[in-house]
Design a protein around this ligand. Sequence first.
Ligand SMILES: O=c1[nH]cnc2c1ncn2[C@H]1C[C@H](O)[C@@H](COP(=O)(O)OP(=O)(O)O)O1
Length: 158
Amino acid sequence: RRSALGLHRNAAGNRAGEPGWRHACHVLLYAPLPAGSPPPGYAVLMQLRFDGRFGFPGGLVEPGEESLEAGLHRELLEELGPAAAELRLGPGHHCGARAWPAAGGGSGSDVGLVTHFYIRRLPLEQLVAIERGGPRSPEHGLEVGRVVSGGQQAPGEL
Ligand SMILES: O=c1[nH]cnc2c1ncn2[C@H]1C[C@H](O)[C@@H](COP(=O)(O)OP(=O)(O)O)O1
């Protein structure tokens, strides 16, 4: 079954193996700050990428991965480290996708990209644990320069 985004699901719900398209999944992880914190009252986890830009953790799903969420989970372990193992991201956290067709029409290795975005609310302690674990991730100092959320500056954490 093919959707308007070029995604399809087989009987097992696999949406990662569509020929002609690659998929990238990124996630916004956020946590409410203690009452009385200045607006917006949330800490949001972001990372300084190797290319000098800030972005959300995640990346390209590899062909053959079981699902979009399996690819996202692998990327999070690589970029955030072991503290990301507790994140249980499923289709219910998927909040949107956008298809970017291949510039040359999708022949050969010229494929389109579908970017998927997930959102997950966490307790502040878990977000801070992920932020603090950043230097232990396999990609620290490589694809990822730093992981920051602002949660470590929350009242009570100083
Ligand atoms: O934060 C993002 N939100 C939405 N789309 C994004 C974000 N960061 C990257 N992207 C798009 C643009 C990139 O070409 C692809 C792949 O992402 P990337 O993180 O560079 O993938 P790898 O780590 O190289 O697998 O997604």
